[in-house]
Write a protein that binds this ligand. Sequence first.
Ligand SMILES: NC(=O)c1ccc[n+]([C@@H]2O[C@H](COP(=O)([O-])OP(=O)(O)OC[C@H]3O[C@@H](n4cnc5c(N)ncnc54)[C@H](O)[C@@H]3O)[C@@H](O)[C@H]2O)c1
Length: 255
Amino acid sequence: MGLLDGDVALVTGAAGGIGLATARRFLEEGARVAIADIDSARLAGAVETLRADVLGVPLDVTSRASWKAAVEAVLERFGTLTLLVNGAGISEPADIETLSDDAWDRHLAINLSGVMYGMQAAVPAMKASGRPCAIVNVASMLSMRPGAIFAAYCASKSGMVALSQSAALHFARAGLPIRVNTVHPGAIRTPMYERYLAMAEDREAAEAGFAATHPMGRVGEAHEVAEAILFLASPKASFTTGAQLPVDGGGHIRD
Ligand SMILES: NC(=O)c1ccc[n+]([C@@H]2O[C@H](COP(=O)([O-])OP(=O)(O)OC[C@H]3O[C@@H](n4cnc5c(N)ncnc54)[C@H](O)[C@@H]3O)[C@@H](O)[C@H]2O)c1
């Protein structure tokens, strides 16, 4: 018996990193899984590394038409949709003085509007599923403890948390069995983290700097975030909605 037997999940941003680790863990727990990403080439590779009956769905989270097509593809293949993990996201460093309009718009379009479009696209299918459903949105330690060089990123992720909690309240009050929660990773060893290291003049110093922002003295691994997402998606979290779960080695409470 798996924790997610009978569930059908759509995981975005799943060509690599946290999304791919989540898809792998969901499969281990018995879910049927569709993985979605804007990077079609890496998405095809991810489908291969998982297993044959995983559905790969090209998706641009900033497009409602793309979301509609993605949910339709999931319903056509698996007949229902019960779990949504919004993992797609971007992070580009800029403080409030250097932040460009383009970067601001890109962060809000992908990290905030993309999550809103995703929830709106998935909910009708969830309501029709006849099963308890769950949405897990991947926020960040930086929405709980903002950083100066992540102005747009912090704003987009904090907006996503407020949106998630509003949705959680709405579904609970409406008596709909759809829970909505957020996970808040610290620095996690993924392609996104690797891009930050690649930007640094001194890679070793940058790695040490990232590790030092977590009281546990290291960065995290994608599978550690996947476990938190699995918990929130599973019946183990049946009375949990509107929660923010940090996965950051204590980073959000550092002194
Ligand atoms: N890695 C970290 O340190 C860290 C920390 C906190 C939060 N997060 C969050 O975790 C989530 C996963 O990030 P990750 O670390 O695995 O990084 P990642 O870069 O490996 O994954 C993000 C994925 O999102 C996809 N994507 C980007 N724009 C998209 C779009 N418009 N439509 C669909 N897909 C799109 C990318 O192609 C990529 O595969 C993100 O939301 C990120 O903000 C990551």
